[in-house]
Design a protein around this ligand. Sequence first.
Ligand code: ZN
Length: 284
Amino acid sequence: MKDCFSCPQPSDAPMVDDCPVVHLSDSAEDIDKLCALLYGVYHLNSESVDTSYLAMMMRIGRKYEIASLTSTALNYMQHLFPSTLQEWDNRQGEVSRLSDNQDNAFIFDIINLAYESHVPSILPAAFLSLWRNYTIESILSGIQRRKDGQPLVTILGPQAMHDCLRGRMTFLPDFLHRVAGHLEKPGEYGYPFREYQIPDYGCEDICSKIFPDLLVLLLELAKNESFQFHQGIDEIWTDSEEPCKPPLCTECKYQLDSAFDNGRNEAWEGLPILLQLDQTFKVS
Ligand SMILES: [Zn+2]
């Protein structure tokens, strides 16, 4: 930015208080927000962030090479939309609180900003949070809110919407398929004679009776309007219409929990590929 003011000016260039007048091509709103940030009028805090400030920090920070602006905005987005599943799980309370405000389209804004500023790394976590907090209907129709007293609909941009729907359609079957794969017994049996880890040899009769119910419970996740990506089978069971713990024997419960956990971790790792982010962002 210093370079803007040190450019040689014509002798008749307008001056204010012996300083040259420099015309900027940025929007007045961006410059206004930049000043509010630089003079400490606005503070980026995790309680209620105004996404238009994040957008300004990315735009102005990159254009004028103000590294502290871009890195602050990036750190904030990467904190909420991290690259590991464990961190993603830990952030969901915070992200839901930020999205709960009705006058707010927080996750929509963040995803659009990630496309605009070319930050694909936060997108798997951001899309998963979007699917968790919004129904397909809200994703398609966008979020209605008011800005400066005027009605405004925030909707994902065309490429973001395209990637979002592709991911939303493919992620859940991919996840369930992986869980089911981990429940299969390794061995010489293949289709159509699949063998499963549950019931185990010699375990209680109840395990064989409850196993089909567990599979139905998993499939019913596809019925839900939003997709929770629960941390464990117990959490799904608690959320279901007949909440109770699956009464499996210890060995079968262990097999089920580890199949779920492995499937969940693999689905998370595979999400960037399902979203085809490498093609959208031409990452080599
Ligand atoms: Zn059992």
